[in-house]
Design a binder for this molecule. Sequence first.
Ligand code: BTN
Length: 221
Amino acid sequence: MSLVVRRHSSLASTQDVTRRLVQAGEAKPGCVVVADEQTEGRGRFGRTWLSPVGGLYATYVVDPHSLISLRAGMAATRALAAYGVQADLKWPNDVLIADRKLAGILIETVADAALVGIGLNVTGAPLETAICLREVGCGARRGELMVAIGEELGSVRPDGEILDAYRERLSTLGRTVRVSMEDGTVIEGTAVDIDEAGRLLLETPYGCRPIASGECMHLVV
Ligand code: BTN
């Protein structure tokens, strides 16, 4: 799939610009909006995504495939692997190296499309809990990473293949975790598997609980 790239030096958020383009019929699957910096970058659960110059900030328009959240995480880790970077995933799709965050992914929907927003720390990490590619000796340029991730997102594999590959990359499995859900519920347990819908299966004192969405924290025990 060939990518249509719309590049900006500075934007509020690539998610919002891409949404408006899709709504206006000016962007469709295969389009990516990328910015050198964002002044109002957004993360999951309404958090701010610090977006100084030096990171990759891109929103891809894709068809709303099943397991899109897992597919997006796999696309990022596969693209990084092509540049010699072995990154893990934290459920659902945080990209980690040594338990520090390398990239975050925000998925939203608009009309008949999914917006896959990726923020990747390339030359600097804006938080102490984060890591960047430069720190692990990877000198890949933002532009080539943006294209590699887009190509991975465009190569659609069957659900079973995605789930198998995803489980292998998922450092959450076997860990004790705390998941905070949007309604304020917090649940702790051992992450035992991912079901066919991409839900995290947590073994808890009250039985096995499938978690569809939430913020997952790996607990050190
Ligand atoms: C997260 O881990 O909370 C997800 C972070 C997603 C950040 C990216 S950067 C490109 C796109 N534009 C945004 O405003 N957010 C996403």
